[in-house]
Ligand binder design. Structure first.
Ligand SMILES: Cc1cc2nc3c(=O)[nH]c(=O)nc-3n(C[C@H](O)[C@H](O)[C@H](O)COP(=O)(O)O)c2cc1C
Length: 269
């Protein structure tokens, strides 16, 4: 049966007079629902942004506490983190860049900013651009003496860029711990970088030998330099392991923290 629209009424009245299953009313309901849903999602995204930023910050702090070995379940993260001393470090000189506030300096944004970063000609870590400045954290003992330094590092694995921290003892050469807080390697394979047993292998390994030559290696076999420089590669994840090897060696080398580590070894920090 054809629909009889009242000719002498306005468009709204004519629309309202249509049966509920008419094409215009169906389209109207569908479009309205889409609009409503998108408004709810947008409002939720905006409203939750501060909470997300807070969670990201807490997650970063937990990771720094964990890699430095001071995290315990139930700990007040903000209080524990307050004992860490953040500094923005100029990589090339190994000096602290006090013109930048470490509380607000954004390492990732700096790596994308052409004024604060450079393109790497030699790029073993597969990061493309490297920031000239990064935020590092010092941990001092009760007497104020340096206990550990926590340095961010990142580089490409097999499927993703792995972001993490390495904690070094005050000698600037002994590894206390290494852990990644963000990556997209395969669970059970490359993602075994998160396995506590594998992370534990890094503890007390040395970066460089007595001559200052960088020796730390992630490999299936022990390097000639000796077992104190060797972390066993993940089985079934040679490519991720290779990525970790490259990124750790890159960040601990001349293009990374070497100038800063020299100052640390000289007791200048
Ligand atoms: C679906 C899939 C996911 C994989 N994910 C990873 C990975 O995250 N990291 C990795 O190193 N290898 C991964 N591999 C394995 C590599 O392709 C390669 O076989 C492996 O790195 C070799 O390691 P192995 O010499 O220890 O066996 C994956 C393979 C498949 C089929």
């Amino acid at each position: 049966m054809s629909e009889q629209l009242p000719e002498n009424k306005g468009p709204v009245a004519r629309f309202l007079a249509l049966p509920p299953d008419s094409v215009p009313k169906t389209i109207f309901v569908a479009v309205s629902l889409c609009l409503l849903a998108s408004m709810v999602v947008s409002a939720a995204a905006v409203a939750l942004r501060p909470l997300q930023a807070e969670n990201r910050l807490r997650d970063k702090q937990v990771n720094i506490l964990q890699v430095a070995g001071v995290y315990q379940d139930g700990i007040n993260v903000a209080d524990a983190f307050a004992s860490f001393e953040p500094h923005v470090l100029e990589l090339a000189s190994g000096d602290f860049a006090d013109q930048y506030d470490p509380q607000t300096f954004d390492d990732r944004a700096a790596a994308d900013n052409p004024e604060l970063s450079h393109v790497l000609a030699d790029d073993p870590a597969g990061i493309g651009r490297q920031a000239d400045y990064v935020t590092v954290y010092l941990l001092r003992d009760d007497a104020g003496a340096l206990d550990k330094v926590i340095l961010p590092l990142h580089g490409y694995g097999l499927w993703s860029t792995l972001y993490g921290y390495i904690a070094l003892e005050e000698d600037g050469n002994t590894i206390y711990g290494l852990q990644f807080y963000e990556h997209a390697e395969t669970p059970g394979l490359g993602a075994e970088v998160d396995n506590p047993r594998w992370k534990g292998l890094w503890h007390e390994k040395k970066l460089a030998d007595e001559n200052g030559d960088l020796q730390i290696t992630v490999a299936k076999t022990v390097p000639a330099a000796g077992p104190e420089y060797h972390v066993d590669a993940l089985s079934g994840a040679t490519l991720t392991s290779r990525g970790v090897d490259s990124l750790v060696r890159f960040w601990m080398g001349e293009e990374g923290y070497a100038p800063f580590l020299e100052k640390l070894k000289a007791g200048d920090i």
